[in-house]
Design a protein around this ligand. Sequence first.
Ligand SMILES: [Fe+2]
Length: 214
Amino acid sequence: MGEAFKGANIAVFDFPEFETYPGCARWDETLEQLLALPQVSEQNNVPDAKGGRALSTVHLSDKLNIPKILNFTQDPLGRWLLTNVLYAAADFGLDKTRDIKKMKFHRTWVNRMTKGCDAVAHRHAAPGWNIPHMVAIFYTQVPENSADLVFIDDNSEVMRAGSICEYPADKTHLIQAKAGRLVCHDACILHGTTPHLNDLPRTCIILEIGFAPK
Ligand SMILES: [Fe+2]
């Protein structure tokens, strides 16, 4: 990790042997159904997604609660995810000011990128916002040459900016997207992706998470 990112609130967890985990099929099937909804397929790209077609359920996040739909609390993969979100919250020091066991999902959605698509630099919150505190990204489908996640060392207050390639390499930190990988990060960190360069799509779940005050 580059100097600027030492101590940054970013945590990465990999579900062991995700590719052969039998529980994936149910998640994949459910996510396919959500992405196939006419309200999703007929929607234009979200403003963050450029260069190619992207599908997202973000505009339906008040109706589609992904942790509930996938039954996180009963499902081994869901429980693994929740446990690691708690580890990340403690690692980020949120337990000093927050009751991290009282987790609230702010918005939750599914994202799919197709060939040529990238996510421009964006933040999910600005310092001082009440919620979300953390963003958790869980990758379910990641073919070769997929878009990777890139964090940017940027102290401005910009909420959405340009493509990742506009930033100098020494200001960025790349985390490879990988099926079964969970990346938790402080909601205020500017980030985007490299372009997605495979004919097969890349799919992930995004969870914006807040924790109750102590
Ligand atoms: Fe994001």
